[in-house]
Design a protein around this ligand. Structure first.
Ligand code: CP
Ligand code: NVA
Length: 312
């Protein structure tokens, strides 16, 4: 299958991609996934190297990118902030210019989203956002792919996110708005998604027809839900707010009771890592309604498609 093109040099936020580009990426993902399961490998990234800068912890992102590029014939370098000079004060722009002379792509997981933007501006090669405080595009693209592979028409679905209006929620909101998926986000008012992201999503939804609801009312949000999604209450870097957040988010969880209200066909999603018993109960995670580990697996397939589209 032909590798689909992406106009943008980088993937920093879901809105770097058009609706059409995302669907083409999904079709390509399906072919990569099927071929892998049949033992067919494609060397689309032979001898290409991805530098992966991690300023925060990771299990899925690191392992899926690293495994993914190896399956495509390439190589990944894990660069933690403790190992590279960036952690000792070398500038981001110098780092970007140097890495651009050696490798074919950079993945960065960092705090401020502006750092990822700066890195991309100063790099001659594609930069992929592997999570910032504001966005997690590889995660939400995977989440919509996970819905897409189960549905005849993704635009007939409603995704309900309960909990912190964080990086994952921001990216889900943008993805839903681009793709035409109805989305409701229920968070305590102080923890709603970023206002500028809500505004961008509303503008995008006028084209796609996605219905957007931002509320603090869980029962209102879950009406007609097909997919229930949550994420941790305390994201990486927010540890100082632990007590305040635990108080504010009490009740903003996916429990078996809430799931029952949504009907037996409602599926449950989580980007992981989860805090069982906090934002999601263990019996929900382990229930037949959970597609959480499909999401985790699909990170591999979707990111392989992303790397091909950006790096070939
Ligand atoms: N969902 C996700 O990005 O997981 P990691 O933090 O383990 O990479
Ligand atoms: N919102 C979480 C996502 C982890 C993948 C965090 O930023 O820690």
């Amino acid at each position: 299958m032909k590798i689909p093109g992406i106009k943008s040099k980088d993937l920093l936020t879901v809105s770097d991609l058009s609706r059409d580009e995302i669907f083409k990426l999904f079709e390509f993902t399906t072919s990569l996934k099927k071929d892998l399961k049949r033992g067919i490998h494609h060397n689309y990234l032979t001898k290409k190297t991805l530098a992966m800068i991690f300023e925060k912890s990771s299990t899925r992102t690191r392992v899926s990118f690293e495994t993914g590029i190896v399956q495509l014939g390439g190589y990944a370098l894990f660069l933690s902030e403790n190992d590279i000079q960036l952690g000792r004060g070398e500038t981001l722009s110098d780092t970007a210019m140097v890495l651009s002379r050696y490798v074919d792509g950079i993945m960065i997981r960092t705090y401020s989203h502006n750092k990822a933007i700066d890195l991309a501006k100063n790099s001659a090669i594609p930069v992929i956002n592997g999570l910032t405080d504001s966005f997690h595009p590889c995660q939400s693209l995977t989440d919509f792919y996970t819905i897409y592979e189960r549905e005849k028409d993704i635009t007939q679905t409603k995704l309900v996110y309960i909990g912190d209006g964080n990086n994952v929620a921001n990216s889900l909101l943008l993805g839903a708005a681009i793709l035409g998926v109805d989305i409701a986000i229920a968070s305590p008012p102080e923890f709603s998604p970023l206002p500028e992201v809500v505004e961008e999503a509303r503008a995008l939804s006028s084209k796609s027809g996605a219905h957007i609801l931002i509320t603090d009312d869980i029962s209102l949000a879950v009406q007609d839900a097909h997919y229930l999604y949550t994420d941790v209450w305390i994201s990486m870097g927010m540890e100082e707010e632990t007590e305040k957040r635990k108080k504010a988010f009490t009740g903003y969880k996916i429990s078996l009771d809430l799931l029952k209200k949504c009907g037996k066909n409602c599926k449950v999603m989580h980007c992981l890592p989860a805090h069982r018993g906090e934002e999601i109960d263990a019996d929900v995670m382990d229930s037949d309604n959970s597609i959480i580990f499909d999401q985790a697996e699909n990170r591999l397939h979707v990111q392989k498609a992303i790397m091909c589209s950006l790096m070939v």
